[in-house]
Design a protein around this ligand. Structure first.
Ligand code: KG4
Ligand code: ZN
Length: 370
């Protein structure tokens, strides 16, 4: 089954063609991140305007990579072509920025109507979970801290899924494809949001996660060469709480206070970035493994932009192997927003909706239990 997926929940515009939920035939992403850099955060209006410009070229590019005779010049004369090749259209219909969502959702509805194809809405957060079922290409197999799926290495149900993106931090128990129970989530800032805000306080660029990872990595190098230890100690909020909720706004405030109370040097900035990354990863890993033990699962899967972080990957690898649990991460390119994960989730869920009824839902979330 070949599914054309569309992703436009935030500042990325993605279109992908995926076969049987796992084989990526094409996966094109256009990001407007550069346009937001000077504002140190996403400006929704700018993101949506950019998406209206790129959505058709991105669709054309994704199709032409699979069917080379389709080009931007002749797309209109091939309007009926995909009917025989594509079995369904999938789209992320929330959560996200409403202007951005509307562009993807209305485009998907139009294609489904014109091509007379089933339309499958996908919760963007569930899309991040399904990035773990996609088969990596050879360039990703050389990535540090990435182990590919194999016959003996596939997530096994029941499993615990940790979603860590710019807007969300959630823990799910999944008993099968499409069957999940929400265990907990953040009470305030999401993990990615905390990375972005702390990066801003430290005078680093946007998006903050990769910037913090880079600067924190420099500190690790200095400490390992000079045998220094970190002198800052930041809180690990809710690390020992009985439930599976998270809270990162206090951690962010602790960084703000630290920065305002000390004279920042290059080294102290690196040191704070390192301690912040360590603190947030301690909480994420510890609570996820606690959930895995409580529900006696053998697999943990992690998805969302923060899953691209090498420090998090390494910490999970060490802690989960101590507990005999296998942990799965998507390749980095598939951790951040993309449409292949949307097409994959649609394949495994296949909840077709009447094209006329589909609506963008900026606040789409999880029902407590499904
Ligand atoms: O999932 P995503 O691409 O978009 C949303 O659905 O929000 O996640 C974006 C978030 C941003 O907050 C970004 O700073 C964070 O993921 N991120 C990272 C890294 N790469 C992206 N956080 C930590 N380390 C990274 N390497
Ligand atoms: Zn996302």
């Amino acid at each position: 089954m070949v599914i054309l997926g569309i992703e436009s929940t935030c500042d990325e515009t993605g279109v992908a063609v995926v076969e049987d939920g796992q084989k990526i035939l094409s996966n094109v992403v256009s990001s407007s991140a550069e346009l937001h850099q000077k504002y140190a955060g996403i400006v929704p209006e700018i993101a949506a305007r950019e998406q209206t410009h790129v959505i058709i070229p991105v669709i054309t590019e994704a199709l032409s990579q699979v069917y080379p005779h389709i080009t931007s010049q002749n797309l209109s004369s091939h309007v009926s072509f995909p009917i025989s090749k594509i079995d369904a259209i999938a789209v992320a219909n929330g959560p996200g920025l409403v202007g951005s969502l509307l562009i993807g959702v209305e485009t998907a509805k139009t294609l489904a109507l014109v091509w007379n194809k089933p339309l499958i809405p996908v919760n963007h957060l569930i899309g991040h979970v399904y990035a773990n079922w996609l088969i990596a290409d050879s360039s990703q197999l050389t990535e540090k801290n990435y182990e590919p799926l194999t016959v003996n290495r596939e997530p096994i149900f029941p499993l615990v899924a940790l979603i860590v993106s710019g807007g969300h931090t959630d823990l799910l128990l999944m008993t099968h494809h499409g069957k999940y129970k929400w265990l907990g989530g953040t009470l305030d800032d999401a993990a990615g949001e905390a990375f972005d805000k702390v990066a801003r306080v430290l005078g680093l660029g946007y998006p903050g996660g990769p910037e913090i990872e880079k600067v924190a990595g420099s500190w690790s190098l200095v400490t390992s060469n000079q045998k220094l230890t970190t002198s800052y100690r930041l809180p690990r909020p809710l690390i020992n709480s009985v439930n599976f909720d998270f809270s990162f706004s206090g951690l962010k405030t602790a960084v703000v206070n630290l920065v305002h109370s000390s004279q920042l040097t290059v080294y102290s900035r690196e040191e704070i970035a390192h301690e912040f990354q360590n603190a947030i990863c301690d909480v994420l890993v510890s609570k996820t493994i606690k959930a895995a033990k409580k529900y006696k699962v053998k697999s943990i899967i992690v998805g969302g932009g923060v899953a691209a972080n090498n420090f998090l990957r390494e910490k999970f690898r060490v802690k989960s192997s101590e507990s005999g649990i296998q942990v799965f991460f998507p390749p980095k390119k598939l951790s951040i927003d993309n449409a292949a994960m949307i097409a994959s989730a649609a394949f495994f869920h296949r909840e077709v909706i009447d094209t006329q009824k589909l609506q963008a839902d900026a606040n789409l979330y999880f029902t407590a239990s499904k």
